[in-house]
Design a protein around this ligand. Structure first.
Ligand SMILES: *Cc1c(COP(=O)(O)O)cnc(C)c1O
Length: 401
């Protein structure tokens, strides 16, 4: 963090000692000075007055940086325990593209087979265009993943380990500390897509990961009204490369979007707390529902990721994988029958959404055809349950006819 966190804290308290829920409220604010606004202003200007040779950090042209981004970038860096401001980007994919640019041409990246489908699509594109060598792994299988990073099969070590945990949409949980340590020992950069866990659930940079990326679109902004991303690192050289990538590729954020994201970030702890509690309660009930075949959620004691998530994360996340009875047709019938739940892609908003993931041809073929991804929001749990229950019953009736 380059800004003064102590100016955000009450007198006599160290900002580092504040809890994440507090920091989400206090970070990235103007100092407590007489007549200062409580919120940072939105600056609408594409250029700044300047002459001569610009000094490092000078505001010059908004594609390079603007104070409207800085407030959000400082706040996110504080939550991720980064030593340097985050870099906000025009979407999560822009941040992911920037992070993948750290792999040298023809280099190798080890990636979870169930990572976000557009991350896999980008890696596929880089494979054909830039000769990237891609090794898809089960990220929950620590030894096999680290063997792939070391290049056990062909003696060629990976340049980067990409981690998503929990994965989208299969919710596998990685042993993040072991992966970070093993990959760094093998000389690979470690990038963690922390979208699902949020910085409240885990802080990969503290464990030694090199870069964290976010789809800010999801929990951080939290209201399904912006598309935005961010990359965070404590390494000055990596940050400079990511910054250059953002500047020259031009996938930059608009000021209003970043302002909305910072506004959303203020309530992150409240939203995550509520949606996680809802998700756990729904997971338990769904697991006992006669019209449900399988429920995936790290909060369920029988889930393959449970022990690890309980040990390594605070909270189990707000996403569920549900396989209703009746196959893909049964799953589609549930989506057709909901009234309160929104049939839509995406997650991390206040409203609960669901979709059958394999409706996308780009989703991994190892994701079951009948898997519904439930992105649980902050509505009343009983209302969410009543709607799901009626939809499951209706779907069971229509698909058995
Ligand atoms: C949505 C998502 C992304 C992509 O972010 P956009 O903001 O949609 O570009 C990346 N990773 C994960 C885990 C996501 O859920």
């Amino acid at each position: 963090m380059t800004s003064e966190p102590s100016s955000d804290a009450a007198p006599g308290t160290a900002a580092r000692a504040l809890s994440p829920a507090t920091l989400a409220v206090t970070a990235g604010r103007p100092p407590h000075a007489p007549q200062a606004p409580v919120n940072p202003p939105v600056v609408l200007s594409s250029t700044y007055v300047s002459t001569g040779t610009p000094a490092p950090g000078d505001l010059l042209y908004t594609r390079n940086g603007t104070e409207t981004w800085s407030a959000f970038e400082d706040a996110l860096a504080t939550l991720e325990h980064a030593e340097l401001p985050a870099l906000v980007t025009g979407s999560g994919m822009a941040a992911i593209a920037a992070a993948l640019s750290l792999v040298p041409p023809g280099g190798r990246v080890v990636l979870p087979r169930h990572s976000y489908q557009m991350t896999r699509a980008l890696v596929d594109d880089l494979r054909t265009r830039a000769g990237l060598d891609v090794d898809l792994v089960d990220i929950a299988a620590t030894d096999a993943t680290l063997a792939a990073v070391r290049g056990a099969a062909d003696g060629r070590a990976a340049d980067m380990l990409w981690v998503e945990s929990p994965t989208n949409p299969m919710l596998e949980v990685a042993d993040l500390p072991a992966l970070v340590e093993g990959a760094r020992t093998a000389g690979a950069l470690v990038v963690v897509d922390n979208t699902f866990a949020t910085p409240l659930g885990q802080q990969p940079l503290v464990l030694g990961a090199d870069v964290v990326v976010h789809s800010v679109t999801k929990y951080l902004a939290g209201h399904s009204d912006v598309v935005l991303g961010a990359a965070v690192t404590s390494d000055p050289e990596l940050r400079a490369r990511l910054h250059t990538y953002r500047t020259v590729h031009g996938a930059v954020a608009g000021p209003w979007e970043v302002w909305l994201a910072l506004r959303g970030l203020r309530t992150l702890a409240l939203r995550v707390e509520r949606s996680q509690a809802n998700a756990l309660e729904l997971a338990r009930r769904l697991a006992a529902h006669p019209d449900v075949q399988e429920v995936r959620h790290p909060g369920l004691p029988g889930d393959p990721g449970h022990e690890r998530a309980a040990r390594l994360m605070s909270g189990f996340g707000s996403v569920l994988g549900v396989r209703p009875r009746g196959g893909a047709a049964g799953a589609d019938a549930v989506v057709d029958a909901v009234r309160l739940w929104v049939p839509a892609t995406s997650l991390g908003g206040v409203e609960s959404c669901l979709e059958r993931r394999r409706r996308f041809s780009t989703e991994s073929p190892t994701v079951p055809e009948d898997l519904l991804r439930l992105a649980v929001g902050v509505e009343d749990a009983e209302d969410l349950w009543a709607d799901l229950d009626q939809a499951l019953q209706q779907a069971a009736r229509t698909t058995s006819d």
